[in-house]
Design a protein around this ligand. Sequence first.
Ligand SMILES: Cc1cc2nc3c(=O)[nH]c(=O)nc-3n(C[C@H](O)[C@H](O)[C@H](O)COP(=O)(O)OP(=O)(O)OC[C@H]3O[C@@H](n4cnc5c(N)ncnc54)[C@H](O)[C@@H]3O)c2cc1C
Length: 426
Amino acid sequence: MTETADVVIIGSGIVGSSVAYHLAEQGCTNVLVLEREAHQGKGSTGKSMGGVRVQFATPVNIQMSHYSIDFFSHFDEVVGHPADYRAHGYLFCATSERHLEYLKINREKQIALGVKNVELISRADIVEMLPQLRVDDIIGGTYCATDGFVDPHSVMMGFMLKARERGVRLWLDTEVTGIEVEGRPAPEPAFQPHSHPVSRPVRLARAVVPSFDEPSPAPILSCARITGVRTSRGPVSTRVVVNAAGPWAANIARLAGAELPVEPLRRQLVPTEPFDGLPKRFPMVIDMSTGFHFRREGKGILLAWNDPEETAGFKTDFDNSFIEKILTRAADRVPCLVDAEVNPRRAWAGLYEMTPDHHAIIGSAPNVEGLYFVNGFSGHGVMHSPASGRVAADLILRGHSDLIDASQLSVERFAQGRLLEETAIL
Ligand SMILES: Cc1cc2nc3c(=O)[nH]c(=O)nc-3n(C[C@H](O)[C@H](O)[C@H](O)COP(=O)(O)OP(=O)(O)OC[C@H]3O[C@@H](n4cnc5c(N)ncnc54)[C@H](O)[C@@H]3O)c2cc1C
């Protein structure tokens, strides 16, 4: 007999796991998560630096971070699993008036959205925080004490374990090879109740009609409708598919005949061997003159820099020539790092999932009813995982979310020229 699920989620990384968790928390437990790997976390989630920050430039990113960081700070109590949230702060160091002005403007936006603890700080403050920095060209910066880090693997596992406790199923070693759609359905009522084995009634909002809370349904667009997925373990019948396939999201969209502007872009991280030339605890430091940033990771230091010459593609091999490029920038800002040792075999590369405006795409596909995107986090998928899972579950079950104005993140923004501009990209 064909397997059935109310919702199929493709991808069990931190985003798919969060969507599963939030659906289950809202009473939708007939959910099947499909993961082609034998273990969770083999995609971008397992490669992440784990940084979480509210210091963004656009309201929607600030709101997503604000909600998510608060969620991380209660993760253990709420989800019953550690997130390993460390509020060590993020310190942005400006070396030009232009950068300082930019930080000040962002801070105003952050304060307006209820983030009260982003401080404007002086060069002397920065020296106090990390005396090992070269500061002759630093003219000031911003610091937020509740920014910091989480353990992405632990967050992902926490979401999934809790979702599974509630009845969500996870199939590992199961690749999605096709998405079944049927064409141009006849108009139907604005919603259909689903029978779920839960005490609370759960209804799935339809993809191309407004929420059933709204008085009169809008006309149904002419489009295909999801009926199921094909997998390496056989077919699964479903009316709702969530694309949580990280850097592979565009391939999944194509299986349903949909376009999704998400491109993989290699990012490389270099950990040093144990290094005691820097304090045991200090914030993530961002050198705005080069984009070089670093934080403590265990006994060593984790070095990061996004090479502007990197080009899109599924490249996950670590390029040894990157080490010299990053160490040059590291030693320039933190002179004592010339003494740090690096073992190239411990360095790694992973994929960002980039969109043209560096913002996530969350919402339904315009021409495939029942297909939802939770993709394109452009380097912020870990920190935004609580908010994105919550918003996706809200949209699937109710057709709208109170957390953010989700229409800003719809895929239609690209065709409609409503791009968002986020410049605080790391
Ligand atoms: C080097 C690096 C550093 C980063 N640092 C940070 C950071 O500091 N803070 C932050 O917030 N973010 C950071 N990110 C970004 C973050 O890691 C990602 O945005 C996030 O992990 C995306 O999660 P995901 O669940 O969408 O994707 P993934 O973790 O990639 O999960 C997608 C899953 O889909 C599965 N899949 C794909 N195709 C199929 C198929 N056909 N069938 C079944 N399964 C399929 C894959 O196997 C994979 O497990 C970083 C990323 C990298 C690479």
